[in-house]
Design a protein around this ligand. Structure first.
Ligand code: NAD
Ligand code: UGA
Length: 450
């Protein structure tokens, strides 16, 4: 079998690496219109940082996985085409700020229609609005000379930072297809690929639309848990209860469960906000305004949490941070990734720069270019990028920990404290530091809901 994947991003790159590793007899080609990205995948400096990925790429690249810019050639050769392009929130026109921008999906459908010379299975892996498969089918049907296509929905549930484990041992694989003999045959073909390493009982098949909707709903539920615990963190700060203790207690109820209850400065990443807004748009479209408002509040609560954190810093520092140095530890949206898309650190840093603070940012994996690009509007001589956490903290009035990188837990805070003007503050936006110990050292230390 010959598989092509259009879109060499976080999802395309990692998913195909695992398929190539687990199915050595399947030939896979990942194509992208971004030549620099393909060059990076073919180099030693991969465009995506993900624990364990580099080793797998080294094993399969050139064997049964090829990175290429020859989109037309890869489409022609493929029996099955994964579509893994980006589906950002629309920033213009109808549905701006909510609906998914489907121009990349549509352009891929047209490119497939142009170059496919034989029947193919098209697999939507990108997260898309409900009924997008229908649009793809319509474009293909109108533009190909009688060639038959089957469109499947196969949303991806991996999380960045744990992508390799998530792909190797998924909770479930979801495949949606048309309930026709041809649709069922296509579902079976894709299921066979996953069955090379995923137990059959974890491969769930549904209708196309249930599959598309389930992906949006899964992300909405996960994000809702974070907004719920973050809402309670504000109550803890007001009352003196400890959010980590509360989360532990409620998580022990097996109906609630312990995961995704970590209070934080808010969720980030390229998908939670975009997918909830997509759901909100869908609800509005169908006249379900109360349902739309309910889900929209998950995003509003998240914005509020980020703002609450930056406001707290300013208030604690005697209502002014102007010209004060603040160390920012962590810029990625979570640990073990170099991805900064929608990172809550961006909002916090922008707020502090707007208050004329001097920021010294350190992140172990994010490039200085990415940090500067995200803060471009506000960036001025007040923004510096540090090479180590110690350099960032040297002489700072306060430390704001914004990403839960493990290395921050092992810092020598006695050494850091000695280099800071007093009183010295630590704001742990991820609740990973030992606050009582920091207080013994002399810090004014606080966390989220603590
Ligand atoms: P990404 O931006 O990292 O990668 C998308 C790639 O598609 C880019 O390299 C871009 O150049 C390429 N592309 C766009 N249009 C193209 C075209 N017409 N022809 C060829 N290449 C094209 O995006 P991502 O993070 O990999 O996400 C992809 C999809 O997967 C999104 O819909 C996202 O919601 C979904 N998803 C992402 C994650 C995640 O953790 N990042 C997890 C699950 C699902
Ligand atoms: C999320 C989902 O977990 C994946 O299942 C999904 O496939 C993916 O979105 C997607 O569709 O893109 P991801 O965004 O990579 O994955 O990472 P998460 O682990 O979900 O974290 C998202 C954000 O929530 C991060 O900023 C993280 O720090 C924050 N978070 C997570 C919390 O603040 N508290 C928690 O308890 C968990």
């Amino acid at each position: 079998m010959n598989i092509c994947c259009i879109g060499a991003g976080y999802v395309g790159g990692t998913t195909m690496a695992i398929i190539a590793q687990r199915c050595p007899r399947v030939q896979t080609t990942i194509v992208d219109m971004n030549a620099a990205r393909i060059a990076a995948w073919n180099s030693d400096a991969l465009p995506v940082y993900e624990p364990g990925l580099e080793e797998i790429i080294r094993e399969v690249r050139g064997r049964n996985l090829i990175f290429s810019t020859d989109i037309a050639g890869a489409i022609k050769r493929a029996d099955l085409i994964f579509v893994c392009v980006n589906t950002p929130t629309k920033t213009y026109g109808l549905g701006a700020g909510r609906a998914a921008d489907l121009r990349y999906i549509e352009s891929v459908a047209r490119t497939i229609a142009e170059h496919a010379g034989s029947p193919k299975i098209i697999v939507e892996k990108s997260t898309i609005p409900v009924k997008t498969a229908e649009s793809i089918s319509a474009i293909l049907a109108a533009n190909t000379r009688g060639i038959r296509f089957q469109v499947l929905s196969n949303p991806e549930f991996l999380a960045e930072g744990t992508a390799i484990g998530d792909l190797q041992n998924p909770d479930r694989v979801l495949i949606g297809g048309e309930r026709t003999p041809e649709g069922e045959a296509a579902v079976k073909t894709l299921a066979e690929i996953y069955a090379s390493w995923v137990p059959r009982e974890r491969i769930i098949t549904t209708s196309l639309w249930s599959s598309e909707l389930s992906k949006l709903v899964a992300n909405a539920f996960l994000a809702q848990r974070i907004s719920s615990i973050n809402a309670i963190s504000a109550v803890c700060e007001a009352t003196g209860a400890d959010i980590d203790e509360v989360a532990h207690v409620i998580g022990r109820d097996s109906r609630i469960g312990p995961k995704f209850l970590k209070a934080s400065i808010g969720f980030g990443g390229s998908c939670f906000q975009k997918d909830i807004l997509n759901l909100v748009y869908l609800c509005d479209h169908f006249g379900l305004s109360e349902v739309a408002a309910y889900w929209e509040h998950v995003v509003r609560m998240n914005d509020h949490q980020k703002k609450r954190f930056s406001t707290r810093i300013v208030k604690a520092l005697f209502n002014t941070v102007a010209e004060k140095k603040i160390a920012i530890l962590g810029f990625a949206f979570k640990k073990n990734t170099n991805d900064v898309r929608e990172s809550p650190a961006i909002a916090v840093c922008r707020d502090l720069l707007a208050e004329h603070a001097r920021l010294s940012v350190y992140d172990p994996k994010v490039t200085p270019e990415d940090i500067r690009r995200e803060l471009a509007d506000a960036a001025d001589s007040r923004l510096t990028i540090a090479r180590t956490a110690y350099e960032a903290c040297e002489g700072a009035h306060a430390i704001a920990l914004l990403t839960e990188w493990d290395e921050f837990k092992a810092l020598d805070f006695a050494r850091i404290f000695a280099s800071m003007p007093k009183p010295a503050f630590v704001f742990d936006g991820r609740n990973i530091l030992d606050l009582p110990k920091l207080r013994t050292l002399g810090f004014q230390a606080s966390g989220i809901g603590r």
